[in-house]
Design a protein around this ligand. Sequence first.
Ligand SMILES: *Cc1c(COP(=O)(O)O)cnc(C)c1O
Length: 232
Amino acid sequence: MLTNTGVEQNLVEVRQRIDQAIARSKRDPRTVRLLAVSKTQPVLRLEEAYQAGQRAFAENRVQEWMEKAPVLPNDCEWHLVGRLQTNKVKFLDQNIAMIHSLDRYSLLEALNKHGERCAKTWTTLVQVNIARDPAKAGLLPEEVPDFLTSIRDYPHILVRGFMTIGALEASSLETQGFFQQLRELRDTLQSRKWPGVDLRELSMGMSRDFELAIEEGATLVRVGRQIFGERN
Ligand SMILES: *Cc1c(COP(=O)(O)O)cnc(C)c1O
């Protein structure tokens, strides 16, 4: 399934598959964006992706983002995915476009404090453990409404939607079910008006399931190996 050709060719293929999934689901192409998950990849590979027109990148470790971001052209857009430790929050700056892994109150607290210090309002997604996988981070669906209510007390936080990671062992039918549940949760909660909350984004779908995710309403797909090859 994973190709060994260059990053540019892989990107062309991924974009084609994205376009096809968009067409199948009769969605507006402008509502789906590809994030290249570049964790563990050397800068050279990111530069190849940049040459091929990719601008939005996602890293899962603050340290790696700090090393790579200054080397890439400054019109790149940086997303953070994966668990964010509160003691790393102080390193974040204006260059972070979106944090996909807001999954607990202590992180909300730390981000808000740091936002106050550097006059930045963070654009975030609430990570939801829709598969109820005990090994995964994220709020359980029933915990989400209270969490969104609390956002009004944190003026340096904007919530722009939800993120989830499909279960590794799940069949494609189960995965589709999880994506559908996340979209339904979003649709249900969207009508409630919470200050600082606007649930327009759904970050779901990775190399193994991004087409399914698009068919279920993903607005951001996070693709790593299918673009860069296997990680070491
Ligand atoms: C690594 C990672 C991805 C990308 O996974 P691939 O299987 O390489 O596409 C997406 N989302 C998160 C949160 C990740 O940690």
